[in-house]
Design a protein around this ligand. Sequence first.
Ligand code: SF4
Length: 110
Amino acid sequence: MTVQKSYVDVKEYITRISKKNGWKLNTDQESLNDLIQGLQDNFNRLGYYNCPCRDSQEDPQLDRDIICPCRYAEPDIKEYGYCYCTLYSRIDYDQNQSMRMIPERRPPIA
Ligand code: SF4
């Protein structure tokens, strides 16, 4: 059985990832809480951090490109300032600007 992750575990994990990559976390507490909750639910259901705003195929091999931080986070943050879910953003990104939905970079699933 997979070890269950707490809210605090997930927060520590994403904080570590954001520091390592020179990003920052969403500064809106409500959005951040929802994203953490989504990651926590996914981990405790699937055993890995499936992206909280994309559907899982419930197979770590098929989902490997969308395990957080996903394969698309870096190019999205470079191009738009933040990732698809708005969890991570560029360190200098001013969140007072609107965080509009960005195009999905993941190719459609066949
Ligand atoms: S879009 Fe953001 S939250 Fe979703 S997996 Fe990628 S980095 Fe994580």
